[in-house]
Design a protein around this ligand. Structure first.
Ligand code: SF4
Length: 165
């Protein structure tokens, strides 16, 4: 599990949105906790943790058990706008569990759009995830955060004051 050290589901989520945010979160830079955007990223974590019992340590802080549902569930409350991030975050949990010898599938729910998507850790998805993990590590090693880049997400971002005022 050494290669997953310091990597967690939240960082995976933000990697697909903004590398600067990955750096800021990874370095514990305080953000506006009320931000809608930050809460969205945390949501999948909460669902994931809530549905598990205790046994393993995950993300260095949370203990989980063999999954009662035999599935990793993610949920996006707002819309499929964050689909890629959410899908990769669920994939990350599947990957994590695979390293522990548990091979299961995941599901992504988008209640507002009445959509459900299966997430299976295929070799391709696994490869993509490993690339992302490699890149996240590179970002975290940087002395300074990557420069801000204006994207639509900025308007809801917990760091918008820091980046744009
Ligand atoms: S405000 Fe924009 S550039 Fe700054 S961290 Fe957030 S998403 Fe990234």
């Amino acid at each position: 599990m050494g290669e997953l050290q310091n990597i967690n589901g939240t960082l995976i989520w933000y990697y697909y949105i903004c590398p600067r945010e990955v750096w800021l979160i990874g370095h514990g830079i305080e953000a506006d906790q009320e931000s809608d955007f930050l809460l969205l990223g945390k949501h999948i974590h909460e669902i994931f943790y809530k549905r598990q019992k205790k046994e393993f340590m995950i993300d260095n802080t949370i203990k989980i058990d063999i999954l009662p549902s035999k599935k990793v569930i993610g949920e996006i409350k707002k819309s499929s706008k964050y689909l890629k991030s959410a899908k990769m975050q669920v994939a990350f949990y599947l990957y994590y569990l695979k390293q522990k010898g548990i091979n299961i599938e995941g599901e992504l729910l988008i209640p507002e759009e009445r959509k459900k998507e299966k997430v299976k850790l295929t070799p391709n998805l696994e490869k993509e995830l490993e690339e992302a993990i490699k890149e996240i590590k590179k970002i975290l090693k940087m002395d300074r955060p990557p420069r801000p880049k204006k994207i639509p997400y900025c308007k809801n971002c917990a760091y918008k004051e820091m980046c744009w005022s």
